[in-house]
Design a protein. Structure first.
Length: 241
């Protein structure tokens, strides 16, 4: 039986080590997971994105823009956890190149990267140029919002045409465990661009008792091909994606 954990216990549930570059891909929950891991890991953590983030999604941090390595190291020494982007583009912040994340990984104990976008939809399958995963990633986490589970693919998924192409069904079909696993484990699906030596985990967010049967079947179908972590609802201050 899959036991949901609190978002405050995410780092432990993912069994993260002392030096990790975590890339978050897929659907709902990435930004919430990013800031949660920033609070739970240490001593030093860089939070960033290789795509774009809402300029207001700072998690209480004062963001750095294109910091040099000495500037980053100075901020980490003072603050422990730092949010860094490439540039300010108004209501969006532009992310950094994946190679920059690799460089930062030499300066910090952990780097957490939002490496994908989903327009706040619970689930997705990537397009040709997605996701943007740094090559030094140690753990790739595919995020799935529980709102997509057992619901019509056309209604709850970004890129539903890509989802059904990998799942072998139609957009009117429900996202059941078999179809979800078909996308999660596909080389052109949620595992896309996962470095050969990286661990692969699946994080299902905002799960409730009504999802238990789905989660248990999902765990059985994933087997040892991916670690499965279920996260209980974030509460009134949490926000998916």
């Amino acid at each position: 039986m899959v036991e949901p954990v609190a978002i405050d216990d995410l780092a432990d549930a993912l069994e993260l080590g002392s030096h990790e570059l975590v890339s978050l891909v897929g659907g709902g929950g990435k930004t919430t997971a990013l800031f949660a891991l920033g609070q739970q890991l240490g001593p030093t953590v860089v939070l960033t994105t290789t795509t774009k983030m809402g300029r207001d999604r700072t998690g209480g941090h004062e963001p750095l823009f294109s910091p040099s390595i000495p500037e980053l190291e100075s901020a980490l020494a003072r603050l422990g956890s730092v949010l860094a982007w490439k540039e300010d583009a108004g209501y969006k912040a532009v992310g950094v190149e994946p190679e920059v994340c690799n460089d930062w990984f030499e300066a910090a104990d952990h780097v957490i990267v939002e490496a994908d976008g989903s327009r706040r939809m619970p689930f997705k399958a990537p397009r040709r140029y997605e996701p943007v995963v740094p090559s030094h990633t140690t753990t790739l986490v595919a995020c799935v919002g529980a709102g997509a589970l057992g619901r019509p693919i056309a209604e709850q998924c970004q890129r539903p045409d890509r989802v059904v192409a990998l799942a072998g069904c139609s957009t009117a079909d429900l996202l059941n465990p078999a179809r979800l696993v078909g996308v999660l484990l596909a080389d052109t699906g949620s595992r896309k661009n996962c470095p050969a030596n990286a661990r692969f985990a699946v994080m299902v967010n905002q799960v409730g008792p009504q999802h238990q049967v789905f989660l248990d079947e999902l765990a059985e179908r994933l087997g040892d091909q991916a670690q499965l972590v279920a996260v209980a609802p974030f509460g009134p201050d949490g926000s998916p994606e």
